[in-house]
Design a protein around this ligand. Structure first.
Ligand code: 0X9
Ligand code: ZN
Length: 312
């Protein structure tokens, strides 16, 4: 993982990882949760002991230009499977961890090849609005308090929420997967960039969920473990309070409709503080950051997961 991989390379990587532990074949499974407008599969890997009873969901790459996000999911997949092969899959005897490393492959490939700063997916909007502008902001499309705040009805906007809620194949694939699974989810983490925020719902409005103290406590545990690795500082709070009010995010949907308790959006490096030496990289974080961001994020996520087992 020394470069930001293309979609085909990511699929290849996932297959390699899946084949990596033949004696533990049933420790992983690899499947698609749906297809995009351009007919790419949204691949998902499950990692965990067959006897693991609890379930965690993580996704990356909802926004096309946030290249450090999918790379961090791939990093975590690599490390989790390494632990399986080393024979000490501590967390994986408790949790099945489902990772979707690239939820928006169409947008990602477009950002890789045509327009580096592309954010949305690549749905044509002509059918609904005769608009030549393409793409829906998937993180404004989820049907929970849809369009109430910080989203646009203009197909040319970067935060276009879609013709109606849950209109996009990527949105529906994730929702179907969360809903239809016979499993219950302990946590959902969605990785974005940038800013160094470990945030929880709500995004659609300024008020807090009833259990925000628990959400905040576990975010502290995760971000402190993250900081111990390279000294990277994260801010913690609700999405609307820390960033801005915006409805239709996957996080709000996962908590409000999906009824998942521990829901977080993690905004990876760099910091958005202009006093920070790396802030100017913004979405274009050099590939030398893949490793350190992967390391620290993995440490933070693991400590967060441990805190779900051991009540503090
Ligand atoms: O605006 C977003 O979708 C996220 N920030 S980003 O720079 N990666 O685009 C923040 C989403 C926070 N959650 C909600 N607003 N629900
Ligand atoms: Zn994002």
């Amino acid at each position: 993982l020394v470069d930001y991989l293309r979609y085909d390379q990511i699929v290849q990587f996932l297959n390699q990882q899946h084949r990596r532990s033949p004696t533990y074949r049933n420790f992983t499974s690899l499947f698609s949760i749906g297809t995009t407008h351009e007919n790419r599969s949204i691949w998902t890997i499950r990692i965990g002991k067959p006897t693991a009873r609890r379930n965690i969901l993580m996704d990356c790459g909802i926004h096309a230009r946030e290249f450090i996000s999918p790379s961090t999911c791939l990093y975590m997949i690599d490390k989790l499977i390494e632990e399986v092969n080393n024979g000490r899959p501590s967390l994986l005897s408790v949790f099945n961890i489902y990772i979707i490393p690239l939820l928006n492959p169409d947008g990602y490939e477009y950002a890789q090849t045509e327009r580096r700063m592309w954010r949305k997916n690549r749905s044509p909007n002509g059918i609904h609005y005769r608009s030549n502008c393409m793409g829906v902001d998937l993180n404004r499309n989820f049907g929970y308090h849809w369009m109430e705040n910080g989203a646009s009805m203009n197909p040319c906007s970067e935060t276009y929420a879609g013709p109606h809620q849950d209109s996009e194949p990527e949105t529906r694939s994730l929702q179907r997967f969360i809903n239809q699974s016979p499993r219950s989810w302990d946590a959902y983490l969605t990785f974005h960039s940038y800013g160094q925020y470990w945030i929880y719902p709500w995004g659609f409005a300024l008020h807090m969920p009833d259990d925000y103290r628990e959400l905040n406590n576990k975010a502290v545990i995760g971000s402190e473990a993250l900081k111990r690795v390279n000294g990277t500082l994260y801010k913690i709070g609700s999405a609307a309070n820390l960033l801005y009010e915006s409805a239709g995010g996957s996080d709000d949907w996962a908590k409000g409709v999906g009824q998942i308790k521990y829901v977080y959006t993690v905004e990876l490096r760099p910091s958005d503080d202009m006093n920070d030496a790396h802030a100017h990289f913004a979405f274009m974080l050099p590939t030398t950051f893949i490793e350190p961001v992967g390391q620290e994020t993995y440490a933070g996520v693991k400590e967060f997961l441990r805190s779900l087992i051991i009540p503090r």
